[in-house]
Design a binder for this molecule. Structure first.
Ligand SMILES: *Cc1c(COP(=O)(O)O)cnc(C)c1O
Length: 511
């Protein structure tokens, strides 16, 4: 044994370590594990002192062995267990930052609807609020007042009746908002059934397969029969004719999407509303509609204000939006708005008193930071209606222009023609030699993240590329992207991959 490995376990591993290392770092070792390899590559002057090197290329290794000429790191750090001893803050920041460099670049992420850029001032404001628990209304009453303002501004934006009593809450995202909205409709239906002396044990919900997976989750977790409407070739949204045959007295709600995750198109919300008004009147039912405005809920009021899909339609009793999509806030914020307080059964609302004072709470989660709510409030004040209109119209125009440029190549078809939302879903006209999956992979090499996936059943014969245009995707970037796409296509045309059709049908995660 050499001198270094004979040292007691909790002291620096080499005598030269002390002047350069910020503090001694202890070696991690499981009691039963083989003795970890020890290394020290600290230099003293020009003289390297390499004792024994850890194999850093071993991806399966249980330790991380970072390197900076070992200015900070003189021992491996356990990858899967909490290290025994503390480390210098700057060192840790560097270590984590380095790993995160392997993530995609958010600025080139055309895959997600979720906001990747905010004003630096908003960043500063939000950094001031990360340590405030949003749920603690007694401790942070002003935070709660601002929450109420955000909900109120949204209710107005979604055209809640002026004389009504709209209520709502922010959530972690649209998924939580959708579950809370549908849960309220399920409970209201149960109360109505019980009051009428009828069985309330077989609830069902109707929606198209163009919905986000969180609808399926709701049906599964909350034990409601999902009556789903299949899509088909060229049919990627639903309308009243699809819904009508499925409705009965056990229907707790009908779901409609404004801006589907798959193609960015809209279900026929007004048509479904007219159908439900008629059926409710004829059969003495009270079937509500919940509109999923996760992606379109912020765009439509500003860019297409005359399109009625919101509380202007009488059977729309609840709407969710993702503030972290076109509300232009970072991930972690959605909202749920009910048309009227009577849409939320009282037995679902919790009154808690142990944080001091009495507060009401309707949520699936409890503690959370308040930073994103402040980010939304900041944006509402910062942009105003006019600012949102400008930013979002610009996104839609960029998307429309990019869609034209791409279709001019004659190789793609844009689903839904000219997009209403800043989303472009592209189908390859001829996929006999290569597919959208190959294009997605090839363009990733240029840094762009553009997912490819097949549409839901039974439109799953169609595979698309989806581009979501966000605020930070300028016209200039759109041109660069179009040029890169053209370049990728030329290369694929010149040398198509060997097994064109069975490639990567699994697709990518989209959100
Ligand atoms: C993104 C999305 C969701 C899920 O929203 P989160 O805010 O990510 O929870 C639900 N529905 C639609 C239509 C979406 O686009």
């Amino acid at each position: 044994m050499d001198q270094v490995s004979r040292r007691p376990r909790w002291t620096p591993r080499c005598k030269w370590a002390r002047p350069r290392c910020v503090r001694p770092i202890r070696v991690f070792r499981k009691p039963s594990a083989p003795k970890p390899e020890v290394y020290c590559s600290l230099t003293q002057g020009a003289r390297p002192v390499l004792k024994k090197q850890v194999k850093t290329s071993d991806a399966g290794s249980s330790t991380i062995a970072p390197t900076y000429g070992c200015r900070s790191f003189c021992e491996p750090i356990p990858r899967y267990e909490i290290p025994e001893s503390p480390m210098d803050p700057r060192t840790v920041k560097q270590l984590v930052q380095d790993e995160l460099n392997l993530d995609g670049n958010p600025a080139l992420n055309l895959a997600s609807f979720v906001t990747t850029w905010m004003d630096p001032e908003a960043n500063e404001l939000m950094a001031m609020c990360v340590n405030k628990n949003f749920i603690d209304q007694d401790e942070y009453p002003q935070t709660q007042k601002i929450h109420e303002r955000v909900v109120s501004m949204l209710a107005h934006l979604l055209n809640a009746p002026e004389q009504g009593r709209a209520v709502g809450t922010v959530t972690i995202g649209s998924s939580e908002a959708i579950m809370l909205g549908l849960l309220a409709h399920k409970r209201s239906w149960q109360h109505r059934r019980k009051a009428a002396g009828k069985p309330a044990d077989r609830p069902n919900i109707i929606y198209g397969l163009d919905v986000h997976s969180c609808w399926e989750k709701f049906a599964n977790y909350f034990e409601v029969e999902a009556r789903t409407i299949e899509l088909g070739p060229g049919k990627y949204v639903i309308g009243p004719d699809d819904v009508a045959p499925l409705v009965d007295e056990n229907t707790i709600a009908v779901g409609a999407v404004v801006g589907t995750t798959y193609t960015g198109q809209m279900d026929d919300v007004a048509g479904i509303d007219a159908l439900l008004q008629k059926l409710n009147a004829e059969r003495g039912l009270s079937i509500p509609m919940h509109v999923d405005g996760a992606s379109g809920g912020f765009v439509m009021p500003f860019v297409h204000p005359d399109e009625a899909w919101d509380f202007r339609l009488p059977t729309v009793r609840s709407i969710n939006v993702s503030n972290h999509k076109y509300g232009l806030v970072y991930p972690g914020l959605g909202s749920l708005i009910f048309r009227d307080a009577s849409d939320v059964p009282e037995d679902l609302v919790y009154k808690i008193n142990y944080l001091g004072g009495e507060m009401e709470n309707y949520s699936l989660n409890f503690s959370r930071g308040s930073a994103l709510v402040m980010g939304q409030y900041y944006n509402f004040l910062r942009f105003g209606r006019e600012g949102y209109r400008q930013v979002l119209s610009n996104c839609v125009e960029t998307a429309q222009q990019l869609a034209r440029t791409i279709t001019d190549s004659g190789k793609f078809e844009v689903i839904g023609d000219s997009p209403m939302l800043p989303v472009i879903a592209l189908r390859l006209l001829d996929d006999s030699r290569y597919t959208v999956f190959h294009i997605s992979e090839a363009i990733r090499a240029k840094g762009w993240i553009v997912p490819a996936y097949t549409l839901p059943p039974k439109a799953d014969g169609t595979a698309v590329l989806r581009i979501v245009v966000k605020e930070n995707f300028s016209r200039d970037m759109a041109e660069l992207f179009a040029a890169d796409l053209q370049n990728v296509m030329q290369k694929l045309d010149a040398s198509p991959p060997s097994h064109a059709t069975d490639h990567g049908k699994e697709g990518h995660g989209i959100c």
